[in-house]
Design a protein around this ligand. Structure first.
Ligand SMILES: *Cc1c(COP(=O)(O)O)cnc(C)c1O
Length: 389
């Protein structure tokens, strides 16, 4: 057994990030400034969009929130999203003043099912928020067709999918807005952080204003050395700007995004070969018309097949010093949403079943081959050798 605990989702941090953060501290320009501008430019280049089409913010939750406002969503509007996502996706809709409506997932891809979306469209529906779950791009063709037919906006939650592409186009550029997370467990990290990509110049402009107190765009020049600039408050915004301290990490994380993706693919293939023969469900094959972001490697633990419940499996992994995650208990399982919207898990059978069976295994590019072997040995022991259960 391992001596130390393998922390789930622990990021890879290189000497470049450490040096850049130190340089920021020594420069004494900690807040929004030149490194945020560079990170935005690098991210835009990575996504193949103009630098004026992106805005760095301090989380993906913030990105989702102000994208919805900039998309014109508010009270009385319904926004359809997936029943299997992190709570932030749903909370952002609520914070924007709109009403979330859930659609069930496709049980194989775990992504929102366009047929389920279609069934939920009402005269008040104004937007769809697809989540590229685990890094696998959603069936965007079906969603885009619905959006065109019903005049809906699409705000992509790309928190899992920074590297993903769909039929050659980067995710986040397929809808009106794309929202990215640089939270500590994500594929590119800044500690806390996020990015908005928007198609329409006036919409990204509005998002920028909203991200900094609602101050006119000239306010951003306060952060330069061009002398004092007056600013005007043009609406009631938020405090969602990214700091140079955060961007300093992101710049170097983004530079390694491809190498890290390749490393995760090796780990993914190792897991696939090891777990396919066991009594667990491994992720479906990688898509052919899309590039998977490889953010989460999930197993489904069905007690009847695996001989162990999901929760006992989580405990058994922890006992073997392997950190695991659950992404996610379905949204309708949570008491707040049940009380406020009357949602019931049985109305979303696919999301509910996945949420009750799923386990995420460590997939960080920082894993050593010994770590990977330890994960494989632990899973094999737990579901392959019942005597340990
Ligand atoms: C992590 C995550 C978020 C929130 O990201 P933050 O940067 O932590 O705000 C939103 N949606 C999904 C699907 C996520 O996994």
């Amino acid at each position: 057994m391992r001596d130390n605990f393998l922390v789930f989702g622990s990021p890879q941090v290189g000497a470049e990030e450490i040096q850049e953060v130190e340089a920021v501290l020594r420069s004494r320009w900690l807040g929004t400034g030149p490194r945020v501008a560079r990170f935005e430019a690098d991210f835009a280049a990575f996504k193949g969009v103009k630098a004026s089409q992106v805005a760095a913010v301090n989380s993906c939750t913030a990105a989702l929130h102000i994208s919805m406002i900039a998309a014109g969503l508010g009270p009385g509007d319904e926004v359809i999203t997936t029943a299997l996502t992190f709570c932030a996706t749903v909370n952002a809709i609520i914070h924007a003043g709109a009403t979330p409506v859930l659609a069930d997932i496709d049980p194989l891809t775990m992504n929102i099912d366009p047929l389920a979306v279609e069934q939920r469209i009402s005269p008040r529906t104004r937007a769809i928020v697809p989540v590229h779950f685990a890094g696998r791009p959603c069936a965007m063709e079906g969603l885009t067709a619905l959006a065109e037919r019903h005049h809906l906006k699409i705000i992509e939650d790309c928190a899992h999918a920074v590297e993903a592409t769909y039929r050659g186009a980067p995710v986040g550029t397929l809808g009106n807005f794309g929202c990215f997370s640089f939270y500590v467990t994500k594929n590119v990290v800044t500690g806390e952080g996020g990015m908005i990509v928007a198609r329409a110049p006036e919409e990204i402009e509005r998002a920028r204003v909203l991200a900094l107190h609602g101050m006119s765009k000239d306010a951003w020049h306060r952060f330069g050395d061009a002398g004092f600039k007056h600013y005007q408050v043009v609406e009631c915004g938020f405090k969602y700007n990214m700091m140079d301290l955060q961007a300093a990490i992101g710049i170097h994380q983004l530079a390694r995004v491809e190498a890290n993706w390749q490393r995760r693919r090796e780990i993914w293939e190792g897991y696939e070969a090891a777990f396919a023969p066991l009594g667990v469900t491994t992720p479906p094959p990688l898509p052919e018309d899309a590039r998977h972001g490889l953010h989460l490697y999930t197993l489904l633990i069905d007690e009847r097949r695996a001989g162990i419940t999901r929760d006992a499996f989580l405990d058994a992994m922890t006992a073997r010093k392997i950190g695991v995650g659950v992404h996610y208990l379905a949204i309708p399982e949570h008491p707040y949403y049940q009380g406020r919207f009357g949602w019931r898990p049985e109305e979303y059978p696919n999301a509910t079943r996945v949420g009750r069976q799923t386990v995420s295994l460590p997939l960080s590019p920082a894993l050593t081959s010994q770590d990977v072997n330890d994960v494989i040995a632990a899973v094999t022991e737990i579901v392959g050798g019942r005597r340990w259960v």
